[in-house]
Design a protein around this ligand. Structure first.
Ligand code: HEM
Length: 364
């Protein structure tokens, strides 16, 4: 192609882009963001978001075949695994991305905690984040029950017991709430409508506040500005479009990695539920509470997460110094590390000990 022809074609592309941009305002997305926003620590939230998009798309595919009834649920999963078009690999991606999203949510929260990014003026966004953590855990819990195998059934038994422990507040979680729709149908509705709707609402608020306040400056830069030994933190260095491109790159990597995982280690399906036995353990994110249930009974499943949630809510209101660097917030970091190490140790302990019956004992 001659130089003239290339220039004409280049001109066409530019005109096409200008015409699209005039209507959609896409160039408005190229607003400045700090260069460190593209570093791995600061892009974890974006990766989590991309993971949720993958979950939504794969979930819609699975919903074409899933039957939310006690008699049909497990069989419809078997159908997805053995017969439905791409069923096995799509289900595997859904399963592995759910695990990964949980990990990136925790890492994202850890980054925000270590860099003190929950401090003024971002306290509200931390609280919205705590809500998002709850929604993520709720999605994983309800997803486990939907399988309606031994693991799902035992998770449901815990759901029911906790509902009963909560008394009047827990009525929704028990099968007695209504006789017209089995509880698996209501948990399915929670999994595909209530929790995604709540999550979407919280995510919109989360992103609007990130846009409003900007990504927090690096801790050392923020501290120097407070001390007056450094300049005010820079607002630019990169653009939001560059950030989106990077986030998409990481997201596609996750998609590829989970597709491989789905082929190598497909998501499993346990036996038909036997209500007389209790032999499974929960997923890794719920494991830290498993030994507590061994030691203190089912009520531990109420008070232990309750204490953690209250502690998380209090974080921005307790750590009120202007400093962001971890070395200037040693006691906060030490307490956070003790909590994290305790939870990991409890999960490891739970993973290594044989499964125990909890619900049966409570009932007996
Ligand atoms: C469901 C999952 C979540 C998604 C998709 C998400 C997404 C994001 C994104 C994209 C950002 C922009 C910067 C970054 O990526 O680090 C962000 C910032 C933030 N997130 Fe989340 N988030 C989630 C959960 C949480 C949780 C669990 C918390 C804490 C309890 C939290 C607290 C914050 C705070 C305080 C900021 C501002 C941080 C800063 O400016 O440095 N988020 N979030």
């Amino acid at each position: 192609m001659t130089a003239g022809a290339t220039a004409v074609q280049g001109g066409r592309w530019r005109r096409a882009w200008a015409a699209i941009d005039e209507r959609l305002g896409l160039s408005g997305l190229a607003y400045p963001v700090p260069a460190h926003a593209n570093g791995i620590g600061y892009i974890l939230g974006g990766i989590t978001f991309f993971g949720f998009l993958i979950l939504a798309v794969t979930g819609v595919w699975l919903a074409q075949f899933y039957s939310p009834t006690p008699s049909g649920a497990r069989e419809s999963i078997a159908y997805i695994m053995n017969t439905a078009l791409f069923g096995d690999v799509i289900r595997g991606i859904h399963f592995w991305v759910a695990n990964l999203v949980m990990a990136t949510v925790l890492l994202h929260m850890g980054r925000v905690f270590v860099t003190g990014a929950y401090k003024r003026p971002r306290e509200a966004n931390w609280l919205i984040g705590v809500g998002l953590l709850g929604v993520t855990l709720g999605l994983i819990f309800t997803g486990t029950v939907l399988k309606w195998d031994q693991e799902g059934y035992e998770a449901l038994q815990h759901n029911t017991e906790i509902g009963e422990l909560l008394g009047g507040f827990g009525f929704w979680f028990t099968p007695e709430f209504t006789t017209t729709l089995p509880i698996v149908g209501r948990l399915y509705m929670a999994h595909v409508v209530i929790l995604p709707a709540l999550g979407t609402f919280l995510l919109i608020a989360h992103f609007l506040l990130v846009k409003r306040h900007g990504v927090s400056p690096l801790p050392a830069v923020a501290d120097a500005a407070v001390e007056g030994t450094g300049p005010a933190p820079e607002k630019g260095g990169s653009t939001f479009t560059a950030h989106l491109v990077r986030m998409t790159g990481f997201g596609l990597l996750i998609l590829a990695a989970t597709a491989v995982l789905a082929l190598v280690w497909p998501a499993g399906l346990g036996d038909r539920p036997n209500p007389a036995i209790e032999v499974t353990k929960p997923w890794w994110m719920f494991l830290p509470f498993y030994p507590l249930e061994d030691w203190w009974g089912l009520t531990a499943l109420l008070w232990a997460p309750g204490i953690l949630v209250v502690a998380l809510i209090l974080v921005p209101f307790v750590d009120r110094s202007p400093w962001r660097s971890p070395r200037r917030r040693k006691w906060v970091i030490v307490i956070g590390a003790i909590v994290a190490i305790t939870l990991i140790a409890l999960a490891l302990y739970a993973g290594l000990t044989p499964p125990a019956a909890h619900v049966q004992e409570a009932a007996g």
